[in-house]
Design a protein around this ligand. Structure first.
Ligand code: 13P
Ligand code: SF4
Length: 319
């Protein structure tokens, strides 16, 4: 409609005037993803959002996602201004692992290499030896296992258990979980699979082990979209945030995507699984952030420098 068109035009003008680029995660509103695509920005998983922001020459990065994504951008790009549509977009994994508890836990296990998921605060990253995202977690832990390292993993217990099952690494696992992925139900998924024998199952590894056990492909959001393109199936059941359907459908227009069942809801319920914090991002908030300079991400310099060490290792390992 006309109002939306005016809002989009306003954001496009602001992006240009302020030498800013919009970088969005697949879980945010499709309108924001579309705008990022239309304006030379980027839509991706958390690893590639970090890479893109790091390599892009713009002076301002507008990160549509949750706070750890904005902080990662700032850790890697201190000279750039990093804005977010809201600073209230948390992540249950980040919240489940406060630095005040995590740091003493690490100190109590000095013989362990500390590997943390990117879904953590800058303070937690500052205590880590390595940061990883779901796209490289298995590879990195396997690499460390081959060097005989014992791993302290935080904060996602399901991803930790999955990495452990694939690599056999010696791992201590922090007991955090994602509110969205933790809600996928294996029994209902198995029933849906029976109803749809031709469908392939795509699962993000933040899901419980019994859900992962039913998967035809397990991986980061980008890896799941690639699997949707690559696998010959015409129909897919997808266990991750429903925001991904926009890009998945775009990547494989001739295929059909069903949402995996979540707690309390029947098979094929659409729009069950959606991160409440990702949902806080809106076009209107993108405009306000650019107009007022509000919601700028700041990371205290000493924390940033320490967090950069482990975060840079992530980018170097992912090359
Ligand atoms: P990806 O790195 O796969 O995009 O995951 C980020 C996330 O928050 C998943 O819930
Ligand atoms: Fe965090 Fe889960 Fe939301 Fe991803 S979907 S940002 S892991 S709460």
């Amino acid at each position: 409609d006309a109002e939306r068109a005016a809002l989009v035009a306003r954001i496009k003008r602001l992006l240009e005037e302020q030498d800013a680029v919009l970088i969005a995660h697949y879980y945010v509103d499709a309108e924001i993803q579309r705008l990022a695509e239309e304006t030379g920005g980027y839509v991706s998983d958390s690893l590639d959002m970090a890479r893109f922001g790091h390599e892009h020459p713009a002076r301002t990065l507008v990160i549509a996602g949750v706070r750890f994504m904005g902080e990662t951008a700032k850790i890697l790009n201190p000279e750039k201004r990093v804005l977010m549509p809201t600073l209230e977009a948390e992540c249950s994994l980040d919240l489940s692992c406060p630095a005040a508890e995590f740091v003493p836990f690490c100190d109590a296990h000095p013989d362990h290499t500390v590997v943390v998921y990117s879904n953590t605060s800058a303070e937690v990253k500052a205590r880590a030896d390595y940061v990883v995202t779901s796209s490289i977690a298995v590879k990195l832990v396997d690499h460390l296992r081959k060097q005989g390292k014992k791993i302290l993993w935080a904060p996602d217990k399901h991803l930790g258990a999955y990495i452990n099952s694939v690599t056999g690494a010696d791992m201590l696992i922090w007991p955090g979980s994602c509110v969205v992925h933790d809600a996928f139900k294996a029994d209902a998924l198995a029933a849906l699979k029976k109803e749809r024998p031709g469908a392939a199952v795509l699962v993000h590894p933040e899901s419980p082990a019994a859900v992962i056990a039913l998967a035809d492909a397990v991986g980061s959001t980008t890896q799941l979209i690639e699997a949707a393109k690559r696998l010959p199936n015409k129909e897919f059941i997808v266990a991750t945030d429903s925001g991904i359907f926009y890009k998945m459908q775009q990547a494989a227009p001739e295929k059909t995507f069903l949402e995996a069942p979540t707690a309390g809801k029947g098979p094929s319920c659409m729009a069950c699984a959606h991160c409440p914090w990702m949902a806080m991002n809106s076009l209107a908030r993108v405009a306000v952030a650019l107009e007022t300079g509000a919601n700028e991400i700041h990371v205290e310099e000493e924390i940033r420098r320490k967090a950069l060490r482990a975060t840079q290792r992530m980018l170097d390992f992912a090359k």
